[in-house]
Design a protein around this ligand. Structure first.
Ligand SMILES: Nc1ncnc2c1ncn2[C@@H]1O[C@H](COP(=O)(O)OP(=O)(O)OP(=O)(O)O)[C@@H](O)[C@H]1O
Length: 439
């Protein structure tokens, strides 16, 4: 091990022991102080390790370039000396759980070479996860690596009642891998959520609908649902929906209705505003499609064709005029969601292969946002792409059935708008409105 690291570590330990001796270790404030010191020592250790080992790692991994120079020395003659050009480690920033490196390319190096280095960097320093994002200054030549040294989202969290205020722009869904809250943009976005069976798509579905429920109750949002698996998922919060379609022909009629609304709004907003701003009585229309494939791939060919046509039209014209789509799907194969490009944001929960990650998040994303490596036990965990193009790992909060039912009874959609004509249970029996909540 490098001597500098050894000496520095020794110094830090000595400091920690000095603090220990100076304070009495059994008192509670002392214990807090000790934890604090331990954290500082760990952060200092990380800082040192990265600072001291960076060049060696860059050289071993082929990121640096070696050149030999011949120099003349008086009395010695000509001599060759070796010089390295390394990508420059401009900053090392540590927090209680992560290390962020700011690295500038060396001369003649492409930014993509540095970005592609992230998985090796994370493996070398045994990081639990990582993300790569552009630096604020000189983003053409400087990249940020965030290495998560202690995973803050391994433990699941349960959603709580949303604040009783009308919000339509974003919803709070859970936590980012650095522990900060994760908000999903709803207005002006069509969202596609992909995840294998049991990956936790329900957390996103109810995170969106549940968080919008205060706005639903004042008619600032109207939620429409398509659930061709007999309405089983959406019926849990049925009162939150203006309408739920559990059969394909009803779904097509619903799509047609929403396309008409979007067309009318487009005409009404022409020359007045480029973006619709929802409010009570002038709502954001939210179409939630649980298992998109059942509509676009496995349905009757005629219905499938018409549903696809209408959905593509809605995805093309709806966003700016306040008619947005949130679709959930298990299988990201192209034939299932060939309108994937029309969605303005995609979320990848656990998927089955690197190829599927690329299909959902975009070509080449599997190395930066390895959704196929999410563990089965980490339900609700997903990779997203932020507005600035950087990737991040997040975990949605879990929505228990009781919470959904409570919200449905507290914030129902305007009652005279609610119609659920063809929702059925697993045995084919019609489901009543009260199955979803106390109304
Ligand atoms: N955010 C979460 N945190 C912890 N556990 C979760 C979370 N979301 C879901 N789970 C657990 O995972 C199980 C499966 O979740 P969910 O039904 O949402 O998966 P899904 O992706 O919708 O699957 P399918 O497509 O088969 O319906 C849940 O019953 C719950 O126990």
């Amino acid at each position: 091990m490098n001597e500098t690291i050894l000496y520095s570590l020794g110094g830090l330990l000595a400091l920690a022991v000095a603090v220990l001796v100076a304070l009495k270790p059994t008192r509670k404030p002392t214990l807090t102080a000790l934890v604090w010191v331990a954290m500082l020592v760990r952060r200092a250790w990380w800082w040192l390790v990265f600072r001291v080992t960076w060049k060696g790692l860059a050289r071993e991994s082929g990121l640096s370039k070696r050149r030999t120079k011949r120099v003349k020395r008086a009395g010695v003659g000509e001599e060759s000396i070796e010089k390295w050009r390394d990508p420059r480690l401009k900053r090392v920033k540590t927090s209680a759980h992560s290390v962020t490196l700011k690295v500038r390319t060396r001369r003649g190096q492409a930014l993509a070479d540095l970005e592609a280095f992230a998985p090796k960097l994370a493996a070398t320093y045994q990081a639990d996860s990582y993300r790569v994002y552009p630096a604020k200054r000189r983003p053409g030549s400087t990249v940020m690596f965030e290495l998560v040294m202690r995973d803050l989202i391994t433990k699941p969290a349960t959603a709580v009642m949303p604040e009783p205020r009308m919000q339509t722009e974003t919803v709070l869904l859970g936590r980012r891998q650095n522990g900060k809250p994760f908000h999903l943009q709803i207005e002006q976005r069509h969202t596609l959520v992909v995840g294998a069976s049991g990956a936790g798509k329900g957390s996103f579905l109810w995170g969106i609908v549940g968080s919008l429920s205060p706005a639903i109750s004042v008619d600032a949002v109207r939620a429409f649902g398509i659930d061709l698996k007999g309405g089983m998922e959406l019926m849990m919060g049925a009162p939150l929906f203006t309408e739920i379609a559990a059969k394909a022909d009803h779904a097509v009629a619903m799509l047609r209705q929403l396309v008409t609304i979007a067309d009318e709004r487009t005409e009404a907003l022409q020359g007045i505003s480029r973006n619709h701003k929802p409010g009570p009585g002038d709502p954001l229309y939210l179409l939630v499609i649980d298992e998109l494939a059942s509509l676009t791939a496995y349905a009757d060919p005629e219905i499938k064709k018409e549903a696809e046509r209408l959905l593509k039209r809605l995805l093309s014209i709806g966003r700016a005029v306040g008619v947005v789509v949130c679709a959930f799907v298990q299988d990201p194969r192209k034939e299932v969601i060939d309108m994937r490009g029309l969605f303005t944001q995609t979320i990848a929960l656990r998927v089955r292969s690197a190829m599927e990650t690329n299909m959902v998040l975009g070509d080449g994303m599997a190395t930066q946002a390895a959704a196929h490596r999410i563990l089965k036990a980490a339900q609700g965990t997903a990779w997203i792409i932020d507005e600035d193009g950087s990737t991040d790992r997040i975990r949605a909060d879990y929505w228990p059935d009781e919470l959904i039912r409570r919200l449905a009874s507290l914030y129902p959609a305007t009652p005279d708008l609610v119609t659920i004509p063809d929702a059925v249970d697993a045995s084919g029996m019609p489901l009543s409105l009260t199955d979803g909540g106390a109304r």
